[in-house]
Design a protein. Structure first.
Length: 538
């Protein structure tokens, strides 16, 4: 018995010494930079704003969402290091948009840290483009996924948004004006129904019915899964499935139903497209599918056919059915909903921009409602959206893993603002996090950084420094999808209504502004609860 204790003690001591050696090495690596020490991985978004502040152990106040630039202003440096006792590597945070651009342009040097919880967790539906590693795996996913961001889909996104928005005004009771409540809830429902139409070619009612049965319908399963995303990502399926609570077991049923529906849709769309291809006469092309699921299946068939032509029958190309499910399930709708929410907050607080959007729309359409054809000319509306993303960046952190040692440029400044540039050696295996919200408020890049000034986003050189959709090979592939969806929504809303914030009793302007603009961190930055007073335009 005594020997077992000695053995266990020896194993524990060896483990502890190994950890200590790594931790000391990390502390030595970050010497000379401003450093945030913490016990746990506080830089991982999603939970940090909910943590209590315990200096040196959980320095939660360093991650304030209200003023993402503050920690850099305090440190007088746009590069900060973090040591985390739970992770045996140094973590660096950059808030320099120029550095962010050059890092994103070197995907082989700055890989995706795919072992981070956030990427492992989202593979529950199947391996997919967001979580896969840069290089061959990412290329394989992208070759298929890019096929569903074509012009037919974009036109469909615009039309689906306009139709669903028209239905929404009736459902939320403001068709003729009034107070629109729960903006976050209704915009999330709106973008979910757009995914129903454009993602799967299905029309769903505003209120999705709750049914029983072994398999939930597609709309209900997608609704339940997206409304319980955090639980779906953190809890294993068996835990949800064999749970004493019926409401939790329903989450498991929704997950398995969703996968079941998408798998069978992939099989049937594949068979239909194959049958159409078989009867084509030489030189003809099949009509491109107008839903994302059809487009991804068609794209998969194209990629497989092309690689067979090049490399023969045996080559494995494109995605497996499980990977297609993974990619389809991660098609984000909440991101666009949250950006719409923050844009509405800014436009309500600064109504002069509503009038500018209206003038732009009328100047283009001569007074009628805009259509997808007008999208390239609706520059001011898009600028308002990009400026909202700059100020309320929803994705928040863009983590990279260093494949090799690298010299990273950074800037420090003195009390008078006099800046000096340096380079710093970062070791292979370290993490570099592009702190996107801080990049977007860096005063060396943006003049009057906290002001809502959409005009600056009309200048391509300024807009190009925004990190909200990331850049380079791993940039957001759904950027145009989201832009079309959001511009369609904002321009139609401004054309039909004037809207203003609704203050709480006794609330001053500053408090109200804070309430409308502050967000909470739930997977991505989510707007709070507030209402809008809607007045129908004559
Ligand atoms: C306003 C809304 C959106 C914003 C601000 C946004 C932002 C981003 C950002 C910052 C990334 C890089 C993430 C990283 O490096 O970890 C990203 C990646 C991605 N986004 Fe978006 N996104 C939005 C909407 C969408 C939509 C609507 C879709 C799909 C329909 C989409 C699909 C993707 C995909 C597939 C990737 C991974 C690309 C790759 O790794 O190659 N996004 N997005």
């Amino acid at each position: 018995m005594h020997h077992i204790y000695v053995l266990l003690g020896g194993v524990f001591a060896a483990y502890f010494l190994k950890w200590l050696a790594r931790y000391i090495s990390v502390r030595l690596q970050v010497r000379g930079l401003p450093v945030i020490h913490s016990a746990i991985e506080v830089m991982e978004a999603g939970h940090r704003s909910a943590l209590p502040h315990i200096p040196g152990i959980v320095p939660a106040r360093k991650y304030t969402l209200d003023d993402p630039w503050k920690k850099y202003a305090d440190a007088q440096s746009d590069l900060i290091a973090c040591t985390q006792a739970t992770t045996p590597y140094a973590v660096y945070l950059t808030s320099n948009p120029h550095v962010a651009l050059s890092v994103s342009a070197k995907p082989a040097q700055y890989l995706k840290p795919t072992s981070m919880f956030r990427y492992v967790a989202i593979d529950i539906f199947g391996r997919q483009i967001v979580s896969c590693q840069t290089g061959a795996e990412h290329k394989r996913h992208k070759s298929v996924v890019k096929g569903c961001f074509n012009e037919t889909i974009m036109r469909g996104v615009w039309d689906a948004m306009v139709q669903t928005q028209a239905m929404m005004w009736g459902e939320v009771g403001v068709r003729e004006g009034g107070v629109w409540k729960d903006i976050e809830g209704s915009t999330t429902q709106l973008t979910l129904l757009v995914i129903g139409k454009i993602g799967f070619g299905q029309e769903w009612p505003w209120r999705i019915a709750e049914t029983g049965g072994k398999i939930l319908p597609l709309d209900e399963s997608l609704y339940v899964v997206t409304h319980s995303m955090f639980a779906q990502l953190v809890a294993p399926l068996w835990l949800l499935k064999y749970n004493p609570f019926a409401s939790v077991r329903r989450l498991a049923k929704a997950q398995t139903s969703l996968i079941h529906h998408i798998m069978s849709m992939i099989a049937s769309r594949g068979a239909t497209l194959q049958a159409e291809t078989n009867i084509l006469t030489k030189g003809d092309k099949i009509k491109p599918p107008s839903d994302v699921l059809g487009a991804i299946v068609a794209s998969q068939m194209d990629v497989v056919a092309e690689s067979k032509l090049k490399a023969g029958e045996k080559v494995q190309a494109g995605l497996t059915p499980e990977e297609i499910v993974g990619n389809v399930c991660m098609a984000g709708h909440e991101t666009s909903a949250h950006v719409i929410g923050f844009t509405l907050a800014y436009l309500a607080l600064y109504p002069e921009h509503q009038e500018k959007i209206l003038q732009e729309v009328d100047g283009i359409t001569g007074g009628s409602l805009p259509t997808y054809r007008d999208m390239p000319a609706l520059k001011y509306a898009l600028a308002c959206i990009h400026e909202s993303i700059r100020l309320r960046d929803i994705v928040m952190t863009l983590p990279k893993l260093l494949a090799e040692d690298c010299h990273l440029p950074y800037t420090t400044w003195d009390a008078s603002g006099q800046a000096t540039t340096h380079t710093r050696l970062l070791k292979a295996g370290s993490h570099l996090i592009i702190d996107s919200p801080a990049c977007q408020r860096n005063p060396f890049t943006w003049s009057d950084p906290t002001a809502f000034r959409p005009e600056r986003m009309l200048d391509d050189s300024q807009k190009g420094l925004s990190t909200g959709f990331s850049s380079g090979q791993r940039a957001c592939i759904g950027k145009r999808f989201a832009e079309v969806e959001m511009v369609a929504f904002i321009t139609h809303m401004v054309k039909e209504y004037k809207f203003e914030p609704v203050p709480l009793e006794g609330e001053g302007r500053m408090e109200m502004e804070k309430r409308y603009l502050e967000g909470k961190e739930v997977l991505n930055l989510t707007p709070g609860k507030w209402d809008l007073k809607m007045t129908k335009r004559a």
